[in-house]
Write a protein that binds this ligand. Structure first.
Ligand SMILES: Nc1nc2c(ncn2[C@@H]2O[C@H](COP(=O)(O)OP(=O)(O)OP(=O)(O)O)[C@@H](O)[C@H]2O)c(=O)[nH]1
Length: 241
């Protein structure tokens, strides 16, 4: 029997057989857009393609397991590992690369609030771009609104953190991405972010230092120019221990 689609009238698509990742890369290149590990590429993924991407990652992951000389046919524990890992990357831990930003409900600042507001600690779950090891920590966000600042729901800060951190990141760039996003959404007079995290690439492997954490911050607007405001924010963050 012929393998060709005969009576159905189907014609082979010109890009049939092209891996979906290649198609997505071509769109990104045509739009001159980056696809670094910590970039969101959702607008270049067409409906249904995420499932195909998952299949593609599964096949490549199976190759990794084969090269690690793991008998995934004989070993009941690793039989479905390639699929599990693909799902974990695409649908869970790196989801922030592949999905649109969370919808953010914005309210006008009717009461013209202009006092410092702090949200935190919010949980950070990410992974480092270098080894794809977990990065687990906390984040505090300080906002100095003005009369034009949009008020966004408290839970939305956690959703934005989740979206940005759900990508392979380095901590220095992650806080800047988050700051840019919150500035864009709320247009405050000032924004301060402090992040503290444990990097498993430093504890589970490598130097195997269990207690070392990374602490960093980004200050924008009034937090940069007003040391009193900056001190107030830092003093209001509860003891990190
Ligand atoms: N600046 C910065 N470095 C990070 C972050 N996460 C992980 N790293 C570091 O990135 C570095 C990667 O360095 P490489 O020398 O290429 O990797 P490696 O040979 O596996 O290094 P070791 O981890 O020292 O074994 C390591 O020193 C990590 O500790 C981060 O968020 N920011």
């Amino acid at each position: 029997m012929s393998d060709l689609p005969a009576a159905t009238g189907q014609r082979a698509m010109p890009d049939e057989g092209t891996p979906v990742s290649v198609k997505i890369r071509e769109r990104l290149a045509a739009a001159r857009r980056r696809c670094h590990a910590n970039d969101n590429i959702a607008e270049f993924i067409e409906p249904g393609e995420l499932e195909l991407l998952l299949d593609e990652v599964q096949a490549k992951m199976q190759g990794v397991l084969d090269s690690l000389v793991i008998d995934t046919d004989g070993d009941h524990n690793t039989r479905d590992t390639a699929r599990r890992v693909a799902k974990m990357y695409v649908n869970e831990v790196f989801k922030g690369r592949y999905v649109q930003p969370p919808p953010i409900t914005e309210f006008p600042n009717a009461e013209r609030l202009n006092e410092l507001m702090i949200v935190g600690p919010l949980t950070v779950r990410s992974a480092c771009s270098h080894h794809f090891c977990p990065v687990i920590g906390k984040i505090w966000i300080g906002i100095l609104p003005n009369e034009h600042t949009n008020v966004i729901g408290l839970s939305k800060y956690a959703r934005l953190v989740d979206w940005v951190m759900g990508r392979p990141q380095i901590q220095e760039e992650a806080v800047v991405q988050l700051a840019d996003l919150i500035m864009e959404k709320t247009q405050p007079d000032g924004l301060a972010i402090v992040m503290e995290a444990s990097h498993f690439c430093m504890s589970w492997r490598g130097v195997r230092e269990m207690d070392g954490k990374m602490l960093n911050s980004v200050m924008r607007g009034a937090f940069l120019t007003d040391p009193t405001l900056r001190r107030e924010f830092l003093s209001l963050i509860p003891s990190r221990n």
